[in-house]
Design a protein around this ligand. Structure first.
Ligand code: CUA
Length: 344
């Protein structure tokens, strides 16, 4: 009985229920952006991102106070009734509000936030400790070429770094302007054709951090992602030693057949597999393809099914991809996949 007589608050207050539902849906939509934590810049995991985070919260606080003050004045203007004698007064009071509220105070606030921004940018210029490790990352439509010149190998769409050490990153683009962004580790930096831009990355903790292209660069801009994998220094050294090895030669007959198909196909025009005759440079290096977590620059998980789909119909996974489809019979594709899966 009691439950029946209690109407929902929204109904009692006269607010249409549809408004409440729409407001809740809107909130869900807004906060849905916070659900995936892998690229949440407010959840900093490195010294550079922490500095940016501090600046962001400072600006958020300043903006919040300004918003509340402005809204307060607006409500005052809406609801305060002036007496006839007040309305007849000279407009001097109004003028001083405009001068202070419209020019002097905003000028001071903008100067402070500008100063804080310049200070943060200065602090981000150089890491606090020196580093030897240099990684060269080249943006391409729509994937990332990753080179470790000091170690003499090349990979793609995955950047492994030792945890707790700043790593120098040299950025460059082969085609159009891209932008390199790992939200939990650092701010964005443009990748320009014909010019090298430099910054650094450092992760405080082991983990996998999502990176993405932050500059519209064509139809598959949204599917131009990469992973930064921060590892303990010993694990990083083992990973480097693995990557420095040429590809393993296939042992079983199906994989050997797959290798023959690969080397006879147009794949070798664009892809390199160290230790074989495939020396193409235009596409990702496949020497250790099977050790990577994703395909097509973070578009799909790296597994046999996705790899097969990617080889025969790249457009089905990434419309506009520059990789052409490779026509193969079912048996040929299975052999090729078996070979590619040996490239650990
Ligand atoms: Cu590359 Cu957007």
């Amino acid at each position: 009985m009691v439950a029946k007589t209690q109407l929902p608050t929204a109904h009692r207050s006269g607010l249409p229920r549809v408004t409440v539902v729409l407001a809740l849906l809107f909130c869900c939509l807004v906060f849905a952006g916070c659900a995936d934590n892998s690229a949440n810049m407010l959840n900093a995991a490195g010294p550079a991102a922490e500095k940016i985070n501090t600046l962001w919260w400072f600006m958020f606080a300043v903006g919040g106070v300004v918003y509340l003050v402005v809204m307060g004045y607006m409500l005052l203007a809406l609801f305060r009734r002036r007496s006839d004698s007040e309305q007849a007064e000279t407009p001097r009071e109004g003028t001083s509000i405009v001068v202070w509220g419209g020019a002097i105070i905003p000028g001071i606030i903008l100067a402070i936030t500008f100063g804080a921004t310049v200070f943060t940018m200065g602090a981000l210029n150089q890491p606090e400790t020196a580093n030897d490790l240099v990684i060269e990352v080249t943006g391409n439509q729509w994937w990332w070429d990753v080179r470790y010149p000091g170690f003499g190998f090349r990979t793609a769409n995955e950047i492994h770094i030792p945890v707790g050490q700043p790593v120098a990153i040299k950025l460059h683009s082969e085609d159009v302007i891209h932008s390199f962004w790992v939200p939990k580790l650092h701010g964005k930096l443009d990748m320009l054709p014909g010019q090298v831009t430099e910054f650094w990355l450092e992760a405080d903790e082991e983990g996998v951090y999502l990176g993405e292209c932050a500059e519209f660069c064509g139809i598959q801009h949204a599917k131009m992602q990469f992973l930064v994998i921060a590892m303990e220094p010993e694990a990083f050294e083992l990973w480097v030693a693995d990557q420095q090895q040429p590809a393993r030669q296939p042992r079983d007959t199906m994989a050997q057949e797959g290798q023959r198909i690969f080397l006879d196909s147009t794949c070798i025009n664009c892809h390199r597999i160290e230790g074989t005759d495939a020396t193409g440079e235009l596409g990702p290096d496949l020497t250790h393809l099977a050790s990577r977590r994703t395909l097509a620059a973070g578009t799909v998980p790296n597994n046999r099914g996705n790899l097969g789909g990617w080889i025969v119909a790249p457009d089905g996974i990434k419309p506009g991809s520059l990789m052409p489809p490779t026509p193969l019979t079912g048996a040929e594709l299975q052999a090729l996949l078996t070979y590619l899966e040996t490239l650990e």
